[in-house]
Each structure stands twice: as C-alpha cells, then as structure tokens.
Write a protein that binds this ligand. Structure first.
Ligand code: UDH
Ligand code: MN
Length: 349
C-alpha cells in the first residue's frame, strides 16, 4: 500500500481530470448547438484574418463531389485576364418588368450556388462580398439580383451576395447593417473586397468594376435621379468598395446613425483620417439607374447627423466594427443570396 499510494493518487487525479474534460466537451457541444441561430457580437478579433475560414463554397462542393479526373483545383486554372472578354461595351440595357419573378432570376443564374459564383474556366483575381442592407424593398431587391448576378459574372469575379435584413420596426440603420454584413461574410470566407451596395442602384456599365483598388473606391459618380452628377463634393454613398484591410483599418462604419443620412459622410471622414484617398471611375462609366422610390417610413431624416459627424475624429476608434453588437435571428442560404436577418437594437433615445 505504502508503495501504491502516490501512484493511485495520480491515477485517481487522472480519472477526475478525465471526467472533468468529458463534461467540458459535452457542455461545449451543447453550447455550440444552441448558439447555431442566436449569436451575439461583439466578436473579439485582432486582425480581420482572425475571423476567416479558408474554403469557398465551391471548393467545398468540389471536395464533396469530385473524382480525381473531375476535380478542378484553383491551381489547375489560370488567373482570369486583367480585362474580362465578357464585358459589354457602353450602356447595358436595363429592364424593370413588373412581371419579373424570383424563379425567373433563379433559372437565369443556375451557376450561382447559395448566392456564390466562381468562373469555371479561370481563377478570379478577387473574391468579393456584395453587402446589401435591406428592409421591405423586395421589388428593388429582385430587380437588383436580376441585373447584378449576370453583371458580376461578366466581370469574372468570385463573389457572393449577402442581404442583411434589419429585423423589427425600429428606425433603420444602414451603416450598422453593413458592419454586420462584413463580420458575417468573413465567417464564410476570407473575402478580399467588400462592396457596400444600396438595394435600389443598378449599374449601367459593365466597365464599372466591382474590384477593390489600393484606395477606397466610390462607384456612384452619377445616377439618373441627379442628372448623372455627383450628389455633392465628397459624396461617398450608394455603392462603395473597400478591401478587407481598408475597412478594418477605419473600424468600419459608425453604429450610431439611426435614420437617413450622415453615415456615408462619417465613413469618408474615417477614410480621410487614415490618409486614404477616395478614387472614382470616370463619370461616363460610374453610372447607375436608381429605381424610383419615396422615403421609407422607419428611415426618417437623422437630425442628429451633423453633431455626430463633428465627433467622428474623437470616437471612431471605439465606435465601429469593434463595438458592433447584434443578434443573428437567422442565416438562410437561398439560391441567389445569403439572407442574414439581424436584431441590431434601437437608438438609445
Ligand atoms: N433601405 C432599406 N429599407 C429601408 C430604408 C433603407 O432597404 O426602409 C436600404 C436600401 O438598401 C436603400 C438604402 O438603405 O437603398 C438607402 O436608403 P434610401 O434608398 O431610402 O436612401 P436615398 O438617399 O433616398 O436613396 C432617401 C429618400 C428619398 C426621398 C426622395 C424624395 N424626392
Ligand atoms: Mn435610394
């Protein structure tokens, strides 16, 4: 016994440790199951890379269905050319048929899987997440999907479309929804580039490239509703493109702009504080048709926007991606887009 005692003690301790570890893993498993649909941010992260998973949907599908002779690995494909041969010259004819149905758009875009597409014959130069803030604009969304899917495919992009739906009827918050879109999309894939896209703006020219540049890019120089003029000097709204690091560096959008206006100017200030410079494609290319609409109820003019804008240089470090708290109500992978419905709360007062 005297000899056995220390050994038995170690053994017994080992047994308890083993039991403890088993219960830990059961708890972790239960937590994982119940956290599937309701998740709460803020997420803690040091770099945007920390959020990502490596594989695209297409790669996963390849892995599931491929036999060695069928497998198209990215390495086997050449990089897509600098300018896609599929781009159409001049203005693309846009149609807004009231009889258009989601089923029609789905059958026109069979190569899109759960909102994601990759060229079959070359490796895309960039992987781009299109983020669209949305609530109650279903017809606009249908028109946009109808035009945007073929448009992005002609640009030979690897892309996915994310619709971020604000749940409930609190005042709309476009900027916070776009922050959520960035955080959620990065859980799927390490996207290079993010396009922040209003639901009602349809690009008229294929040469308006949905690629990210070395600097943040503003894509809506003109729209039908403004006689194709920039709305005002410095305007940075409607459709913008920032790469993963640029958006991370400015801490994303502010979460505090409830209602219409100011959030896009706030992003411009953040970009300028980082000494980045906004670039724009030529005016004859960066043209959009905005589907006509009136102001939505639930998105009244934000009277506080000028005061908030004055404080941006003081608060941007702690108001943005790193303070974006929300509850994901559901995440559905529909044929043409990933539908993320979120509870983003409501204004404080
Ligand atoms: N959005 C929604 N639902 C809403 C509000 C906004 O989906 O209830 C999204 C949508 O993506 C939209 C974007 O937020 O494109 C920007 O909102 P907006 O289109 O209402 O903003 P815009 O500046 O119009 O285009 C403002 C009111 C226009 C009044 C016109 C009177 N002449
Ligand atoms: Mn609009």
């Amino acid at each position: 016994m005297g000899f056995c005692l220390p050994v038995c003690k170690v053994f017994r301790r080992g047994k308890y440790l083993f039991l403890f570890l088993i219960s830990l893993s059961v708890l972790a498993w239960i937590a994982n199951l119940s956290g599937e649909t309701m998740k709460e941010a803020p997420v803690s992260f040091a770099t945007p890379q920390a959020l990502v998973k490596g594989e695209s949907l297409r790669e996963k599908l390849n892995a599931l269905t491929a036999t060695p002779d069928r497998l198209i690995t990215p390495a086997a494909k050449e990089q897509c050319p600098e300018e896609s041969p599929l781009l159409r010259k001049g203005a693309v004819k846009l149609s807004f048929e009231s009889s258009l149905k989601l089923k029609d758009v789905e059958s026109d875009n069979k190569a899109v899987i759960e909102g994601e597409f990759e060229p079959s014959d070359c490796t895309a130069r960039q992987s781009v997440a299109i983020l669209i803030p949305h609530r109650g604009r279903e017809k606009h969304l249908l028109y946009l999907l109808h035009h945007l899917h073929p448009f992005l495919q002609r640009q030979q992009l690897h892309y996915a479309i994310y619709i971020i739906q604000q749940a409930g009827d609190a005042t709309f918050n476009r900027a916070k929804l776009l922050n959520v879109g960035y955080l959620e999309a990065l859980k799927d894939y390490s996207w290079d580039c993010f396009i922040f896209h209003d639901v009602d703006l349809v690009p008229e020219n294929d040469h308006n490239l949905y690629f990210c540049d070395k600097q943040p890019k503003h894509l809506v120089v003109g729209r039908n509703a403004t006689g194709y003029k920039l709305r005002y000097k410095g305007y940075f709204g409607g459709v913008t493109a920032m790469n993963r690091d640029q958006f991370f560096q400015v801490n994303g959008f502010s979460n505090n702009y409830w209602g219409w206006g100011g959030e896009d100017d706030d992003l411009r200030v953040r970009v300028e504080l980082q000494k980045m410079k906004i670039v724009r494609p030529p005016a004859d290319i960066a043209r959009y048709t905005m589907v006509f609409h009136k102001r939505d109820s639930g998105n009244q003019i934000n009277k506080d926007r000028m005061r908030l804008l004055g404080r941006t240089p003081l608060v941007w470090r702690k108001d943005g991606l790193n303070s974006c708290s929300y509850k994901t109500m559901s995440l559905e992978r529909l044929p043409l887009y990933v539908n993320v419905t979120v509870d983003i709360g409501k204004p404080l007062s």
